[in-house]
Write a protein that binds this ligand. Structure first.
Ligand code: AMP
Ligand code: MN
Ligand code: MN
Ligand code: MN
Length: 286
């Protein structure tokens, strides 16, 4: 297998904060020409059996996946796990622990929003939640668009749901070393998700993330992802080579209405990089 493979190894279903069911995503991936697919819901593997079965029925090669929320040196970072065993007990327990606290956090977000004149946001967000254990900022964003407070979800994040804004609640997620260990022990490869999206307080903070990730056994980084500009793709291709990490490719697709990048509609991976699927050939389900 080589770099010119239409792999899409990052997306979300109704099991986390996407709007399509795992089966709908599988069909959409297939229709868009995806050749290797992974569903990577936030902190949850509840959709893996459905996604894998749907992919198999379509003849679409599949890797089980997850996207774990991590707190690294004060910053929220996402670590994707690919090729995991979705029934691994340690992984399941770690994810359950990571999800815990989301409801309390959501109640606090709603209180803060009420204080700035937006009442009922907890109940409003819940209407969009497919999995009661996984209420996320995305669900609040959909409610604030529905009520006309904002035009689109990006505006909601900008005005309300990011650090320093009136609906933002600091939260402590999994430790980096734990997330990488859960993924590896479940037979998977750990991947730093959308690396250009983190507001590192300094360049050394980003280097520390890459170094500690590697030291814990992390093996890859998303070079091509829906939110990366072409300059960011080049920058993270260089960092991948510098740190000896394999490269991943994934749209981070959430919804036909909200996502800029559709499943499989991504630039190719640079042929000089090691594609993460080279490390995962034995984990692909055909
Ligand atoms: P949470 O895990 O509850 O903190 O929610 C994180 C999710 O919010 C991400 O996975 C994205 O789906 C979404 N998100 C974060 N930032 C933005 C943004 N600026 N615009 C739109 N969606 C965002
Ligand atoms: Mn999301
Ligand atoms: Mn993410
Ligand atoms: Mn994601």
């Amino acid at each position: 297998m080589m770099a010119l493979l239409n792999a899409d190894l990052h997306c979300h279903s109704t099991v986390s904060d996407g709007t399509l069911e795992p089966e709908q995503l599988a069909a959409r991936a297939k229709a868009n020409g995806v050749e290797l697919w992974a569903l990577t819901d936030h902190d949850e593997v509840g959709g893996q059996h459905r996604a894998r079965a749907a992919a198999q029925a379509l003849g679409l090669p599949y890797l089980c996946g997850v996207e774990i929320s991590v707190t690294f040196a004060g910053l929220t970072v996402h670590i994707v796990g690919l090729g995991i065993d979705p029934d691994d007990p340690q992984l399941l327990q770690g994810l359950a622990r990571t999800r815990g606290g989301r409801e309390q956090r959501a109640r606090e977000m709603a209180e803060q929003l009420a204080a700035v004149g937006i009442p009922g946001a907890f109940e409003g967000a819940l209407k969009y939640v497919g999995n009661p254990q996984l209420i996320s900022r995305t669900h609040f964003a959909r409610y604030l668009v529905e009520t006309g407070v904002c035009h689109d979800t990006h505006e909601v994040f900008r005005r309300f749901l990011t650090e320093g804004k009136p609906g933002f609640v600091e939260h402590r997620w999994a430790a980096l070393g734990d997330a990488v260990r859960w993924i590896r022990d479940a037979g998977g490869v750990a991947v730093i998700a959308h690396p250009a999206r983190y507001a590192h307080p300094s360049p050394t903070h980003e280097y520390a993330l890459f170094e500690e990730f590697k030291a814990h056994g992390g093996q890859a980084v998303e070079v091509v992802t829906g939110s990366h500009s072409s300059a960011e793709i080049v920058r993270y291709a260089e960092l991948a080579r510098e740190f000896g990490l394999a490269a991943s490719r994934g749209s981070d697709f959430h919804s036909p209405e909200e996502s800029h990048c559709d499943l499989g509609a991504l630039p190719w991976l640079d042929g000089r990089l090691t594609p993460v699927w080279e490390l995962l050939a034995h984990r692909i389900v055909h």
